[in-house]
Write a protein that binds this ligand. Structure first.
Ligand SMILES: Nc1ncnc2c1ncn2[C@@H]1O[C@H](COP(=O)(O)OP(=O)(O)OP(=O)(O)O)[C@@H](O)[C@H]1O
Ligand SMILES: [Mg+2]
Length: 424
């Protein structure tokens, strides 16, 4: 029993390992990136404006740490001794001004990305709906209803979110990381080395924890599918009839209970493995400034003239690294998710209806309106054995408008099949 779209841990789970597992299931589509780009081509200008806004906004956020250095060294603790309020207020006001501008740019950029994202999603939704209307009846009989709804709701719906989050956070975070590093280098290259030397350990740790979590998440997913399979089997009319007729209720309940216990244990393990990692990252990131104070002390004793302003500004710049770094780790996953979303959408667009309307339809004979005529119709269900008898063989009949016709025959003789063939 597959778990397409839905359930407590459905496709839109925020758990990274769950997302990874879902992405792996996505269909393979040729020239995927080209086709995605095509969808966004009507909004080129808006997208370019967004990119510029993100770069300028993130770039601006590097300036305040540099201003902090000035505020400390020239405003609060100048060489003359007493604080220089005039200089200090210039620094403080410029910092506040920059934050205001950055915030305004952020709001504007969110407006642009979300409007493009929603417009693309809106047109995809209508196109998908129209395309599905053109599919033949057989498509709907062989596709699970839930699966079609999931494409329309979850996959198309996810496009807007993915666009507004993924693209802007990819750009924004990369610019912030780069800019913070530049600011750190400008302030002190020695302290920069100390701060960055510890980062690779964190990435390694993240990988390790990710692998462990992926395993647990896989098992959790399987167990959830198993539980929903049991529910569907035993809580339907036929399942309940079977259980009641054969007195199987107790064994059904115990089957469900066993799987439920397994599920609970897995969920707790999954949550705890994430917690442990998160706690370690927090301790790690918080201890970097402490280590920097220590190294700064050593540097000052070594006659390296490092100022209080530089140390404070440096730790500020360094602390701005954490969030965008974590973001970038997340974004690579989001990018895969968005590719999987688009792949599933395009897979449906690529379905060709087996019955096509002629390019130049012949005009209708209005006198024949409402007449149903089968003229030597032979029909076999696709997938039936080649040498078996077709379901309908050389069937001919005519029903005039207003006529009542009864189809009579043994079960399986093809009455429903005839009615399915009428709408094409
Ligand atoms: N979707 C399907 N795929 C393959 N074979 C099918 C499908 N639906 C029906 N059949 C087969 O086609 C034959 C005719 O089935 P159909 O449902 O048209 O019979 P019916 O006359 O409506 O029967 P009943 O009186 O039980 O409703 C049967 O042998 C059935 O097994
Ligand atoms: Mg029937």
């Amino acid at each position: 029993m597959s778990m397409h779209g839905g359930g407590p841990m459905g496709r839109f789970s925020t758990d990274p390992d769950q997302v990874r597992a879902n992405n792996a299931e996505a269909p393979k589509i040729e020239n995927l990136l080209g086709r995605i780009a095509e969808l966004f081509s009507p909004y080129k200008l808006t997208l370019i404006a967004t990119v510029i806004l993100v770069i300028v906004g993130s770039g601006l956020s590097v300036i305040p740490p540099l201003l902090i250095q000035g505020a400390f060294n020239d405003g609060l603790f100048p060489a003359s001794g007493a604080p220089n309020l005039e200089i200090l207020s210039v620094f403080v006001l410029s910092m506040i001004g920059i934050w205001l501008v950055a915030a305004a740019l952020g709001v504007w950029q969110t407006y642009l990305t979300s409007s493009v994202g929603n417009k693309v999603m809106g047109s995809l939704r209508v196109r998908m709906f129209a395309h599905l209307q053109s599919m033949e009846l057989a498509f709907f009989t062989k596709t699970k209803t839930g699966a079609i709804q999931s494409r329309l709701q979850n996959d198309v719906g996810g496009v807007a979110g993915v666009l507004s989050n993924t693209i802007s956070s990819l750009l924004g975070s990369s610019v912030t990381v780069l800019a913070s590093m530049v600011a750190m280098l400008l302030l002190s290259w020695k302290l920069t080395i100390v701060a960055l030397v510890m980062l690779p350990f964190m990435v390694m740790l993240q990988r390790k924890v990710g692998q462990v979590r992926a395993k647990i998440a896989g098992k959790t997913q399987e167990s959830l599918s198993e539980m929903s399979a049991i529910t569907q089997e035993s809580l339907g009319v036929s399942g309940i009839l079977l259980a009641k007729s054969f007195g199987r209720q107790a064994s059904e309940i115990s089957r469900y209970e066993t799987e439920n216990k397994n599920q609970i244990a897995l969920q707790v393990r999954l949550i705890m493995s994430g917690q442990a990692f998160f706690a370690m990252v927090m301790v790690f990131m918080s201890s970097i400034p402490a280590v920097i104070y220590l190294v700064a002390g050593v540097l000052i004793l070594d006659q390296d003239p490092i100022t209080v302003g530089t140390i404070v500004a440096f730790t500020t710049a360094q602390s701005r690294l954490l969030f965008p770094m974590m973001n970038l780790l997340q974004v690579s996953l989001d990018l895969q998710t968005s590719q999987a979303l688009f792949a599933r959408i395009f897979e449906y667009f690529d379905l060709r209806p087996t019955i096509k309307d002629p390019v130049t339809p012949s005009s209708m004979d209005l006198k024949q309106l409402g007449v149903i005529e089968f003229d030597d119709v032979t029909f076999a269900y696709p997938g039936s054995e080649a040498d078996s008898e077709p379901t309908l063989k050389s069937l001919s009949f005519k029903v005039e408008p207003g006529q009542y016709v009864a189809l009579v025959g043994a079960s399986g003789s093809g009455k429903t099949t005839v009615s399915y063939l009428i709408p094409r």
